[in-house]
Write a protein that binds this ligand. Structure first.
Ligand SMILES: [Zn+2]
Length: 307
């Protein structure tokens, strides 16, 4: 069976029991057109055809949603294009570089952590870090070999009054910071939503005044894996003694906000750190970070090697 046929049968399976007189041929024709001719992603094709059936054949969207998106745990998400619901806590929000993305970040439950994307056109209320939600009827997806969930127009996000535990397994990594990513150092955030301003512009609220903050997005390499990490003002101050106040002074003295970034690069890039945190894919949620100094025995090794 072709993918178009598989997906067509999945749609038919979902509307089974509803009194709908649509022919398999008709759905298949549309499916082929979308995924073979127009190369539309499968999940998008399924959504488009589902909307068509709702519109033209009176298929009940509510019934579809109940049936097709079982409540799952994050560890059970292993395949793309599944409609699922999950209860999860927002553990980290990232900056989005695309106007099509309203929010992006990581959510977690007891079984794992996964990336999520809320599309702008989904028109969802914003989620907040540290709060727990029922993410209803979201679509699993695979991006660059990693699973994620997408929130689209047919999804629902409902805040829940449960404090969801994150996976108990912490990892500890010793590695070097090998690069800084964009928008690190002394940054400005939107006063309305906290998003990082790019050239004074919030992607949602446009040109705004904003407030100062200090953060670093970096890549840590432990020799086996690379991890993306985010350091907040507290982490940075702990490692370098440079807090927001000090950073603003450095910027002022040099008449250049980039002077802060240069200073942080000098102090952190290429250095070794011990990081404790939670792992989600290639991301490491930093709980603690400290300088790693080679122990005496490690020095002995080095001396022996030199002798
Ligand atoms: Zn904003």
């Amino acid at each position: 069976m072709s993918r178009a046929e598989v997906l067509t049968d999945q749609i038919l399976e979902r509307i089974k029991g509803q009194d709908v007189r649509v022919k398999r041929e008709e759905i298949l024709k549309r499916m082929k057109l979308l995924i073979e001719e127009f190369k539309v992603p499968e999940s998008e094709a399924v959504r488009t055809i589902t909307s068509y059936l709702v519109r033209e054949y009176g298929v009940s969207r509510e019934e579809l949603m109940e049936r097709e998106s079982p409540l799952v745990r994050i560890s059970e998400i292993t395949k793309p294009n599944q409609w699922v619901s999950l209860k999860a806590k927002v553990v980290q929000l990232w900056d989005s570089n695309s106007p099509n993305v309203s929010q992006v970040g990581l959510i977690g439950d007891e079984t794992g952590i996964i990336k999520f994307v809320i599309w702008t056109r989904a028109e969802m209320p914003e989620v907040q870090e540290g709060r727990s939600y029922l993410f209803k009827n979201v679509v699993t997806d695979s991006f660059q070999g990693r699973m994620q969930v997408n929130v689209n127009r047919t999804s629902k996000i409902v805040e829940i009054d449960e404090d969801i535990e994150l996976p108990p397994r912490e990892i500890q990594v010793v590695g070097a910071i090998i690069s800084f990513q964009q928008n690190s150092g002394l940054i400005k955030r939107c006063g309305e939503c906290g998003r990082v301003l790019i050239k004074g512009v919030c992607q949602v609220h446009g040109k705004v005044e904003g407030y100062d903050d200090l953060r670093i997005k970096a890549v840590l390499d432990d020799g086996e894996s690379v991890y993306e990490i985010i350091l907040n003002e507290g982490n940075i101050a702990g490692l370098t003694g440079i807090d927001l106040q000090k950073a603003l002074e450095i910027a002022k003295e040099n008449l250049d906000r980039n002077a802060v970034l240069n200073e942080l690069r000098n102090r952190l890039l290429g250095r070794y750190f011990r990081v404790k945190g939670l792992r989600g894919g290639r991301y490491l949620l930093v709980e603690e970070i400290e300088h790693h100094k080679p122990s005496v025995s490690e020095f002995d090794h080095i001396l022996e090697a030199l002798a």
